[in-house]
Write a new protein. Structure first.
Length: 99
């Protein structure tokens, strides 16, 4: 069947990049290329504005998510630094065990 957007099990998964499929790797320098949305819009597809609007919304959500993720990572690093003295003995035991 045909999906609009990302199918359900994959919409919650982390996105990945396939380096072998990147345009910069696959196309020769100087070759012309296009995006599927532009091509579809040129032949009569009527949903380009909607997709652009949804994409802007997705970018905004991704930006806030990344800001929260950076803040949480900084907080965690600060907590680990503060607890480093208390956990020195535990870290020694873990290092001796190979962790």
């Amino acid at each position: 069947s045909t999906f609009e957007g990302i199918p359900p099990p994959y919409d919650k998964m982390k996105r990945r990049v396939a380096p072998a499929a990147l345009r910069v790797v696959r196309l020769k320098p100087g070759r012309k290329y296009t995006k599927m949305g532009d091509l579809a819009n040129n032949v009569g597809w009527k949903h380009k504005e909607l997709v652009d609007q949804l994409e802007d919304k997705r970018r905004a959500k991704a930006e806030t998510f990344y800001a929260k993720k950076k803040a949480a990572a900084a907080l965690r690093a600060k907590a680990e630094e503060a607890a480093a003295g208390d956990l020195a003995k535990v870290n020694e035991v873990l290092a001796a065990s190979g962790y």
